[in-house]
Structure formats: C-alpha cells, structure tokens
Design a protein around this ligand. Structure first.
Ligand code: ADP
Ligand code: MG
Ligand code: ZN
Length: 460
C-alpha cells in the first residue's frame, strides 16, 4: 500500500501598478523592453526602493491565510546566472520571510515571502531574445507543508488559494498569463514508513496539468520503487503533449544560491497598526462564505462552493438573497440560471435587485414558475424590471379566489356529464376539469388555487 505526499510552492503576481523596486509599470503584453529602467535592467549603482503597495498586498494574503506576520523580515540576494536576470541575483526573502504558519483548506502553509520576478526569454528559430518587462514584477511565494495526499486535494487547495488571492485583490489569478504558477513536490512511501524522497515538477500552469503531473509522478515513482530502484531528488518538467514529466536537473546540478542579506535594502519593518488596518479592510473570504451559506441558509456544501467560485457571483447572490428574503430560491436561480446565461451569452444583465424582484413575484403568487423562467430568459439580456415584463405581457396569474370560483362555477355548469362521472368516483376526470378551468382563465389561474377550489366545489 503506497501513500502519496505532495507539497505545493505557488508564485502569485501581486496586482500592483508598478514594479517591486522601481517605478516601472507592471503590464502584460507591452512591446518588449518598454517597461524598464536602470534599476530593473540591473545597471550597477541603481538602487532598489521597496513598493509599499506590494507589501500591503503580501500582508493581505498573509492575513487571509492565517499566517503570523513578522514585524521584521529581510530581503536577500539569491545569486545565479541566467540571461533574463541581468543583476546576476534575484531579490527574495530567505531565512527571515514576511510570514509563516497559516493554513488553507486544512493544508498548512509553511511560509509566504516576497520576491521579484525575472525577465523572459523569447525564442525565435535559432535566436533567443530577452524581454525585461517582467523583471522586477512583484511576487509572493506561498509554500505549503507536505500535507496534501492526492491530485484532487492539490486541486482543491490551489482552487481555494486562487479564490482567496482574487477575493482579497492580491492577484488576478490568471494562470494562462503566468500570474499564478505552481511547482508540485511529490513523493511516495509505504504505509507506516517515513516520507519518501521528493521530486519537484516546475511551472505547472493549469489545474488540469497539475492533476495530470501529480498523478503521473505518483505512478512513475511507485513503478521505480517496485522495480527495486530508488527515487533521486530532482527537478522535472511536465510536458502537456505527452502527459509525462521528464528530468530538468538533478540535485547535483542544483544551484547553491549563496543567499545573503541585500545591502541595498533595509530590513522590512511592519507595525501592528498597519496589519490591523489591512485586516479591517479585507472582504469576507471564500472559506468563511462557504461556512456561512451552509449555516445561515442551509445550503449544501456543493451549492455553497459553486456560489463562491468568484467574488462577483458571491456578492450577487448575497444581494439577491437579502433583497428577496428567500436565500434558497436566490441560490437556485444563481446556480442554475445566472451562471447558465453567463456561459451562454457572456454576461447576465439582470441585477441582483432585479432577480430579487422576480423571486418576490413568485413568492407572492403573482407569477407561476413557468412564466418566471420565461421572464428571466428575457430580462437576463435586457436588464428590464421583471414587473414591467409581467405587465407588458399580461403574465400575472389570477390569485383572486372569487375570480377562480366564478370560472370554476362556469366549468361545472357546462360540463355536467364529466362532473357526474367525477362524483360517481371516476377521479381521473379531474384533470380534464382543471384543464377547462385553466382554459376559462386563459391559463392565468394560480394552478395550486385552481386545483384546491375546483376540488372543494366538486365536493372533495
Ligand atoms: P527546499 O528548502 O529545498 O525548497 P523544503 O523542505 O522547503 O525544500 O520543501 C519545499 C516544498 O517541498 C514544500 O512545499 C514542502 O511541503 C515540500 N516537501 C518537502 N518534503 C516533501 C516530501 N517528502 N514529499 C513531498 N513534498 C515535500
Ligand atoms: Mg523550494
Ligand atoms: Zn524599472
């Protein structure tokens, strides 16, 4: 019996306007080398100045994950040579990181530290070009403990981490553009034995690839060990085309980064007051929302998870639930219809207040559920007030008992044969009589009332 152990290292690009140590704009897709200055180009003598906004976003994520934020942390130089790193070192945090010891989705977070991103190499045929627009972009790295046991758990952890980053306005979460990147450390061991040697799969950039890379790595390691081999600590790359991982570098080739404190930067000192201010300004986070939707509204865990997928949807649901006074109905409409319309038409133009109006019309018996669906599909595009559509199309149901009674009397008078049959015990005929009553009211009678009144008038 083999157990798998996984730890994730996640890099998230902070949503600042400017870079972490200079005033250059952070922009994705700008023409190469247009967002650069002496500092991020690594010119000798150009000094870094820490971006306060970047620190604030890092603090937000540290609070959101329940980490302890250290009042003093240190920026260090991580030395290595690469063409996209003109300084010859990356500024990162090492043995004194910003924050330690939080958790997300039951997985412990070991540390969150701040660092700068490197530039990018662009390969054209046999030539390679360097684009330094990305150099100096602010990142946080979020390192988990090896608490994850399967690809599905890794997916759930990263999903919640990404939602949390996005709710807190820390990172846009765009994995395709590289705003969120993930390295997966994977090992296997036999039940009851110590943890196995891990391999690290680098730069996984989608949830699907993450699951595939982990599953492949678990199967590969088990196969090696069962054949009597050993796992060597190494860095691997996932190839989306083959669905396999292959060696990038072994431990012997691993870098010795010779970390030391960056003499150009003071220790980062954060006062409790700043942390308190950031905490106060945080929105309600997805994990708290899921719990509240279950406890307060009695929704299932599955439904609650769907509603917190994005902050926009969660806030829409909250507004519709509050304004309609019917959270369950609001949850059903959002989960089934609002999301469907968003998928089909790209956007749902109906406001939360409009949806609440629609729910109130149903709850008050003004419209039936069939009419409601029809109205919804229309106002989801037009954004029109549901009451106006009910009016314009004459969709209001008749819920006045006197009016229904009057119509029922006419039906009974006109269908004496069927009424006799019904009273003689042929109860199937009731459906026919209800049909006649609906016809008499041009389909507008409140169906529940029509049934009850007719039954009563027919004598039970
Ligand atoms: P390093 O300091 O070399 O980066 P760490 O021990 O800090 O290594 O771990 C880096 C990542 O690897 C962490 O996310 C951690 O949870 C994970 N990890 C550590 N040991 C294991 C293991 N045996 N199996 C799987 N993941 C592991
Ligand atoms: Mg590491
Ligand atoms: Zn710059």
């Amino acid at each position: 019996m083999w157990n798998a152990v996984i730890g994730l290292e996640v890099h998230a690009r902070l949503q600042t306007r400017t870079k972490i140590f200079c005033g250059c704009a952070v922009s994705f897709g700008a023409p190469p080398n247009t967002q650069v200055c002496p500092t991020c180009l690594g010119y000798p003598g150009a000094l870094p100045v820490l971006n306060r906004e970047a620190v604030e976003l890092a603090i937000r994520m540290a609070i959101a994950t329940g980490c302890t934020i250290h009042h003093r942390s240190i920026f260090a130089r991580k030395n290595y040579f690469y063409p996209d790193l003109p300084k010859g070192y990356q500024i990162s945090q090492f043995d004194e990181p910003l924050a330690t010891g939080g958790s997300v989705n039951g997985i412990r977070i070991r540390r969150i530290h701040m660092e700068e991103d490197a530039g990018k190499l662009i390969h054209h045929g046999d030539a390679s070009h360097v684009d330094l627009n990305r150099a100096g972009t602010p990142l946080i790295e979020i390192v988990s403990e090896p608490d994850i046991r399967s690809a599905a758990e890794a997916d759930a952890y990263l999903t919640r981490l990404r939602q949390t980053l996005m709710y807190a306005g820390v990172c846009d979460g765009n994995m395709e553009e590289g705003s969120l990147r993930c390295d997966a450390n994977v090992s296997v061991h036999r039940e009851g034995e110590p943890l196995g040697t891990r391999t690290e799969v680098k730069n996984v950039n989608s949830f699907r690839f993450l699951r595939a890379a982990i599953d492949f790595e678990i199967a590969r390691q088990i196969q090696v060990l069962e054949a009597g081999g050993t796992i060597v600590q190494e860095t691997r790359l996932f190839d989306p085309n083959s669905g396999e991982t292959r060696v990038m570098r072994s431990k012997e080739e691993a870098h010795d980064y010779r970390y030391f404190p960056d003499p150009d930067l003071l220790p980062l000192e954060i006062e409790e007051e700043w942390i308190d201010d950031v905490r106060t300004a945080l929105p309600e986070l997805p994990a708290a929302r899921v719990a509240r939707y279950q406890n307060e509204h009695g929704l299932s865990a599955t439904d609650a998870e769907i509603l917190v997928t994005s902050r926009e949807i969660a806030e829409y649901f909250d507004a519709a639930a509050a304004a309609s006074g019917n959270a369950r109905a609001a949850a059903n409409w959002v989960r089934n219809d609002v999301l469907r319309i968003q998928n089909e038409r790209g956007a749902c133009r109906l406001s939360a207040e409009g949806l609440a109006q629609l729910i109130r019309l149903i709850d008050a018996g003004t419209i039936g559920s069939k009419a409601a669906k029809e109205i919804f599909d229309e106002i989801a595009t037009t954004g029109e007030d549901p009451r106006a559509v009910v009016e314009r199309k004459g969709l209001a149901q008749v819920s006045d008992p006197a009016v229904i009674r009057e119509a029922a009397a006419k039906v009974i008078e006109r269908n004496t044969t069927q009424v006799e049959q019904y009273r003689a015990g042929k109860t199937q005929i009731f459906g026919f009589l209800v049909g006649q009553l609906m016809k008499e009211t041009r389909g507008k009678a409140n169906a529940e009332m029509a049934n009850a009144i007719l039954k009563e008038m027919l004598g039970g």
